[in-house]
Design a binder for this molecule. Structure first.
Ligand code: ADP
Ligand code: MG
Length: 687
């Protein structure tokens, strides 16, 4: 039977260990660092969510280990391993050759005791897989070569080539990784009822395990991080256990495969600086750069050993408390110490035993291509995020891309969010803040306007109801008052000039006249009299009013200042009524100043209104008076009627105008009257 097919069939009844990198978007702070460090453009940032594009991912694990928020994780196979142990399955824990780097308290053979104590049936050294494949490499390297060869030892490099440089697939050494090699040995010598668990510092091997070209050799892969969780209690106890030898086939030089150059060294070759056709390259920037140069034919050699990390001793899930050099030394010292105990002949015999293991593999083309956007598309995106002209490109990398242009390309390819550009967002938030501030101000203003309108409405309603009552009373009083006047005049006529009664009758007449005035005021307040609209020049009208008062003694010590807008247009209004308003306000001002002070009269206009300001330097209006200022019959004067402002208010309102008061105690008061520019006769006339 074909060995590879047989191995592939084994254990397929088990549920496969699926591979997945997950993002906890609640933990994620959208710093874009993962996008920046991902060598495969496999991270998408869209609609405020970070997602891994699994087809593009090369499983290097950088995003998981580097995320400052620890928001990324991988789906671990640990629980299934625990289940195997709990179900008393026969298990082999096969530990990656990098393992001495993670031991601080236990010796390697005490470590075997610990692993067996927690329930593994056997503990193997993964290095024997390396032993086997390095022999296969040696054969290939000694053959006549048609093309440069790339080691297929590091699964991250293999995935990168399969996905992004498929033209280099034919350069990959067609040999399985040490993990698959030893997995196949375990299958061959233990049979299908044993569970073979590989424990590694790498992430990509979880995915490699299920790759169709090599699937079936390994049951579960767990990382050193998983192992730490599994050994938590033992690690805390730190008990000094006896030593137990490893099970499984004994490796030799393969133990150094996890350090840089280990693969080449374990083929039995020695490094020589003058040998430039064998190269070892490590670290993701260097390897990816070199691979791309190799693909374009820029560099050439017989054999390229590419390692994504600084060797497996620097894999993503290794403890980083020790430096990489210290880790390397631990691995090498362990290898040397063990090799000293071994005789080479027994090693060769061991290797010969497994000659039948098929170490070949092939590599699927898994090419990943993103659409190439047109120059127009790129420019449109750059423009949208305010990055045109190019002088506006900051290339700040906050979005995770090396330049604004790269970011625009990623947006066009649908893997980046165009709005997620820090300088752009800052600019936007400044704009939004300004707009919010503006609308807040407008809202406050409209709130004030609303309050004023409400107060005005209440005032108007109150005045209207008082007005109705007043009108009724005025009508009733008017007739008897007329009779009183007529009879008082008749009486006066019939009295002799020296009749002492004359004075009394004259008092009756003057008081009746006063009563008549009040009634007139009441009627006027109650809008009983109709407006007689006509063209009015407010400046002239004010002159007339001032002409009426200036000669009164009350005004003798008042300085009148006029700031008149000569261009004031003529408006449609009831001249007599307006005169009454201004007269009243001017008189009030003069009375408030008790004949001493300044009276400043200003006329201006804006788009809608003519404004007349009448300012005095009187005592100002106290709040309790302010509250009743426009109420009919409210007066603080001994002989006042309290109707002046109530009537004025009504008149201005009927002209569709406004009357406002500003006052400051001790400084004075300003009455401002606004009269609409566009009022037409009908509008005013019908009221
Ligand atoms: P009257 O003048 O008959 O008192 P008004 O309606 O004209 O009635 O005025 C009502 C009240 O408003 C006045 O009694 C006075 O207390 C107050 N008042 C009006 N104008 C002024 C002003 N310029 N300065 C101070 N108080 C004022
Ligand atoms: Mg008055």
């Amino acid at each position: 039977m074909n060995q590879r097919v047989a191995q592939g069939q084994i254990n397929m009844h088990d549920k496969e260990q699926s591979f997945e990198i997950t993002v906890n978007n609640k933990k994620c702070r959208k710093c874009s660092y993962c996008i920046q460090i991902c060598p495969a453009k496999a991270i998408k940032f869209y609609k405020d969510q970070v997602t891994i594009i699994s087809e593009r991912c090369i499983m290097c694990g950088s995003c998981i280990t580097e995320c400052p928020q620890h928001a990324l994780n991988y789906k671990s196979g640990l629980q299934q391993v625990i289940d195997f142990i709990e179900n008393k399955e026969k298990t082999i824990a096969c530990i990656d050759p990098a393992f001495p780097a993670i031991l601080d308290f236990w010796t390697p053979n005490q470590f075997v005791t610990v692993l067996k104590k927690i329930g593994f049936t056997e503990v193997w050294e993964g290095a024997f897989g390396a032993e086997l494949i390095s022999q296969a490499y040696r054969k290939i390297l000694n053959e006549e070569m048609q093309k440069p060869l790339i080691s297929s030892f590091c699964p991250v490099i293999v995935f990168y080539i399969q996905k992004y440089l498929p033209q280099l697939i034919e350069n990959l050494v067609p040999i399985v990784s040490p993990m698959i090699a030893i997995g196949r040995i375990a299958r061959a010598i233990k049979g299908s009822d044993w569970k073979f668990i590989y424990i590694i510092p790498c992430l990509a091997q979880i995915k490699e395990m299920t790759s169709p070209e090599v699937a079936g050799a390994v049951d579960r892969v767990i990382t050193f991080k998983d192992l730490r969780r599994l050994l938590k209690e033992e690690l805390e106890k730190k008990e000094n256990y006896p030593e137990t030898p490893f099970d499984g086939p004994k490796p030799f030089l393969g133990r150094v495969i996890s350090v840089i150059g280990g693969l080449y060294r374990s083929t039995g070759s020695q490094f020589d600086i003058l040998m430039d056709d064998i190269t070892v390259t490590y670290g993701h920037k260097r390897t990816i750069g070199s691979l791309n140069q190799l693909a374009t034919g820029y560099i050439n050699a017989r054999f390229f050993d590419f390692l994504f990390c600084h060797g497996c001793v620097d894999g993503p899930f290794i403890d980083r408390d020790l430096s990489v050099i210290a880790r390397r030394q631990k691995v090498v010292r362990y290898a040397k110490q063990e090799m000293e105990k071994q005789d080479v002949l027994s090693v060769i015999t061991e290797l010969d035993k497994f000659e039948f293991i098929d170490l070949k593999r092939d590599f699927l083309n898994m090419e990943q291509k993103l659409p190439v956007p047109t120059e127009e598309q790129i420019r449109a995106i750059l423009k949208k995020i305010d990055k045109l002209p190019p002088s506006k490109n900051l290339d700040c990398r906050a979005c995770g891309y090396a330049s604004c242009r790269e970011k625009a390309i990623a947006v066009a390819q649908g893997i980046a969010d165009e709005e997620y550009c820090l300088p752009y967002l800052l600019e936007q938030s400044k704009k939004i803040y300004k707009e919010l501030e503006k609308s807040h101000r407008e809202l406050q203003m409209s709130h004030q306007a609303l309050e004023q309108a409400q107060a005005q409405l209440i005032r108007t309603e109150k005045l209207a109801s008082i007005g109705q009552l007043a009108a009724g009373v005025a009508h009733e009083i008017n007739n008897p008052l007329g009779t009183i006047m007529i009879y008082a005049h008749l009486l006066l006529k019939n009295l002799d000039k020296d009749n002492p009664m004359r004075e009394d009758v004259e008092l009756i007449i003057s008081e009746a006249n006063r009563a008549k005035e009040i009634v007139q005021g009441l009627l006027s307040f109650a809008r009983e009299t109709k407006l007689k609209p006509g063209p009015v020049n407010v400046n002239d009208l004010l002159e007339d009013v001032l002409g009426l008062v200036v000669n009164q003694s009350l005004f003798h010590n008042i300085r009148i200042e006029k700031k008149i807008d000569e261009e004031l247009p003529t408006i449609v209004a009831d001249e007599t009524k307006l005169k009454q308003v201004f007269l009243n306000i001017i008189l009030n001002a003069a009375q408030a100043m008790e004949g001493n002070g300044r009276l400043i009269i200003t006329t201006t206009k804006d788009k809608k209104y003519i404004k007349i300001r009448i300012q005095d330097t009187g005592p100002g209006i106290p709040p309790e008076v302010m509250a009743n200022l426009f109420s009919p019959f409210f007066t603080t004067k001994e002989k006042g009627t309290g109707l002046g402002l109530a009537i004025s208010y009504g008149i201005i309102e009927r002209h569709k105008g406004k009357i406002d008061v500003e006052t400051e105690l001790g400084k004075g008061t300003v009455f401002t009257i606004c009269l609409p520019l566009d009022a037409n006769e009908e509008e005013i006339g019908i009221k």
